[in-house]
Design a protein around this ligand. Structure first.
Ligand SMILES: *Cc1c(COP(=O)(O)O)cnc(C)c1O
Length: 355
């Protein structure tokens, strides 16, 4: 933290921390927030003085455009604490670039890089105690932007609020995950906003995901909207398939979120000389591989769970279970990524960012 930071950001600290009221041994994901939050308003064509203040409710006019037209984007990242109390982020410049890419697509003004990094580092430094040591513990960080202008004409807003809130997280275990391959619904279309972390992408997934839940699946693997023949991603994770010893994943396009975890897995696969094909992956080839016993693994990759093994999948009326295997790619990638994130391994690609 530089002195300069203190001048840029107007800081109001809490009088009494809430931290002693929190039972860190039993926290559900995303329900508890740290003492402070970062806030910066866009008014009169520019981002105003950024502020850090006690975490609190917002007061917004009911006509604020975000409520009517969904102009909202967000990011998800984590901070990790090492054994000597060092606090680290993982590739935060990727999240910075991506939130602006998302914003641009939703006609939201881009946020300045110095405000982003100074806001983030100052906030994390203030709420450092909320980041607990021990592999699995982390602080989930949620930057987001909403259209606040009180006006309901269907136009892009002239006023926005950029915020960062933080929530302590335990090791994320999603339980047993079986996925349904989408045949009817789509999460994204060509030329749409699938590549952006737009709030509306999630709203649109909830209903079809509920239907899949009723059929015993925890998540959906989305397919291309035109033909439903190619596997694209799960709603909060990019997806990888292992056929024999080859790792397959779809190339990013305007329907797929370009995940930081996905990117990092691809790099690690190269580092560990794992055969990797980044190309369209068809439903047909994955079903055939499953029938022949060649499909060894499916796993999701995303910040929340890092790597999430998938135990089985369904398509139409067919259901497939994956074999239980030792030496899975999923556990290799999870272990290697977490070792870098928690400062327990060499960081040869320069992914760690010290707070
Ligand atoms: C955030 C997100 C991911 C994962 O991205 P990471 O940068 O790895 O966390 C994947 N798919 C969708 C739709 C997402 O919103």
């Amino acid at each position: 933290m530089t002195n300069n930071t203190k001048q840029i950001i107007d800081i109001t600290k809490v009088q009494n921390s809430k931290i002693n009221e929190v039972d860190f041994s039993s926290i559900d994901f995303g329900n508890i927030f740290t003492d402070h939050m970062f806030e910066c308003d866009f008014i009169d064509g520019k981002w105003q003085q950024p502020k850090i203040k006690p975490y609190q409710a917002l007061t917004l006019d009911p006509s604020a455009r975000v409520f009517h037209y969904g102009q909202a984007v967000f990011e998800g990242m984590k901070a990790y604490k090492d054994d000597t109390d060092g606090v680290w982020l993982f590739r935060p410049e990727e999240n910075y670039k991506r939130i602006n890419k998302s914003s641009a697509r939703l006609a939201i003004p881009e946020f300045p890089e110095d405000y982003f990094f100074e806001g983030l580092t100052t906030l994390l430094d203030l709420d450092r105690e909320w980041i607990k040591k021990g592999v699995g513990n982390s602080l989930y960080i949620r930057p987001f932007v909403i259209a606040t202008e009180p006006a309901i004409a269907a136009l892009p807003a002239k006023q926005y609020k950029f915020m960062i809130i933080c929530s302590p997280a335990k090791s994320y275990y999603s339980g047993e995950v079986r996925v349904l391959i989408a045949e009817k619904y789509s999460r994204a279309a060509n030329g749409g906003v699938g590549f952006a972390k737009a709030a509306g992408n999630y709203a649109a997934q909830f209903y079809p995901t509920n239907l899949a839940n009723n059929d015993g699946y925890q998540q959906i693997i989305w397919t291309d909207a035109n033909t439903h023949e190619y596997l694209e991603e799960a709603g909060t994770m990019n997806i990888f398939f292992r056929v024999n010893d080859t790792l397959l994943t779809a190339p990013t396009n305007d329907r797929i979120l370009d995940g930081v975890t996905r990117k990092s897995v691809i790099q690690l696969a190269k580092d560990y000389n794992i055969d990797l094909e980044v190309r369209p992956v068809s439903v047909k080839e994955i079903k055939t591989a499953a029938q022949n016993g060649e499909l060894k693994e499916i796993f999701g990759a995303g910040t929340a769970a890092v790597i999430n093994p998938i135990l089985g999948f369904g398509h139409g009326n067919s259901k497939y279970e994956l074999p239980k295997i030792e030496d899975s790619f999923a556990s290799l990638f999870k272990e290697k990524l977490m070792a870098i994130q928690y400062n327990n391994a060499e960081d040869k690609h320069g992914w760690r960012y010290k707070i």
